[in-house]
Design a protein around this ligand. Sequence first.
Ligand code: ACO
Length: 432
Amino acid sequence: MSSPTISPTTTATLEYNGKSLALPVTTGSEGEAGIDISQLRAKTGAITMDPGFGNTGACKSAITFIDGERGILQYRGYPIDELAEKSTFLEVAWLLIYGELPTAAQLKEFHELITVHSMVHQDFNRFFEGFPKDAHPMPVCASAVAALATFYQQPETDNNLRESMIRLIAKMPTIASYSYKHSIGQPFMYPMNALDYSSNFLRMMFATPCEDYVVNPVLAKAIDMLLILHADHEQNCSTSTVRVVGSSRANLFASVSAGISALWGPLHGGANQQVIEMLDHIEAEGGDVQKFVNKAKDKKDNSRLMGFGHRVYKNFDPRAVILKKSCTDVLNTLGIKSRQLEIAMQLEEIALKDDYFISHKLYPNVDFYSGIIYKALGIPVNMFTVMFTMGRMPGWIAQWIEMRKDPETRIVRPRQIYTGATKRAYVPMNKR
Ligand code: ACO
């Protein structure tokens, strides 16, 4: 799990206040360069400004590699399309956490451990009862994951950490389905050990004490693939949150709970829901796709083509390519005709030929097709981001462990440029 040794190959020179400062350059295993400014303030008194951290490397990581220009996404060196096609979510979880693909024996043991830890403490039932009926499942999940820290309070040894990590992956589908069952007023369904990870989740979502739910393997496979596609995406907003919180030595449950809260935001994990709403809106307005594309291009109009564009991918999002094909396959296999998919494909076709979208490098992102597929699989719209949470869990865990084991980790504490009032005397109340 340790990062490969990376040695600076060149030096950058900074001219500031008439002085010249040599800055070492760190090069990654895929050739990315990072100018090391860790001594900048000590040597010059100045800091760097980078709102949104778009140019700031906060850590070295050996987990996930993204090349946004070439549309590349790799977990531990393995291309995402190969993993989506040939692997399972639990195999990918192991890969992300331990750095190598598991042997058959390792995967079997991992699967057994995940299975036996999938129940949540019975007292959780009362915990869920405290939430309003219409509570969104995301803050419910974030609270439930933080509450795990109250049930498991062992000191942070390697062995206990391994248990915490197993518990998080194992209990997430149970917590996710409880948050949904609570929102519709149905009794919670316990996990069933005979089922695989994704089938178990589907059954806990859709079975009731009155009627069992027979899992369609096509649906379970599609869910598993979606979880793989979401499993990690290097230093995005929620993963950075997990690392920042963990850098203060907060425990794994507390750190991951903060990550879930970050993911809930509409600019991050919430966009798949907005895509569905956009497609519904286009249909309700008569299905004029070109009209909507024109609105999205019009600077006087606030509309955007939801599910298009990405901060990192400037060519194509490899996850969207996989999802587009999978979406068609799943809908065909299930015999579902989706008007939303038809509109989405028309939208994509028109946008990809349009000068505005070409020149702005706007392509479909992971959220463009994931909402359609979730909907076809029967997942309620308010659970879309919870699905993302379940998928991202091994990525958060792997990144948290890597951060904790990295000798270069320091508590995260950015600087600022102060722009407020300069020193002034206190004004008594009767003089204001
Ligand atoms: N539709 C129309 N125009 C767009 C779109 C879009 N979806 N996305 C970006 N643009 C335009 C902007 O208007 C801007 O144009 P201008 O330079 O002429 O003023 C230019 O492209 C750059 O846009 P920014 O918002 O500065 O790009 P940024 O990298 O900050 O944002 C983002 C990326 C948030 C993903 C953006 O493309 C967007 O809002 N997309 C729609 C929402 C979405 O799908 N989000 C999910 C992202 S994937 C994920 O988080 C899992």
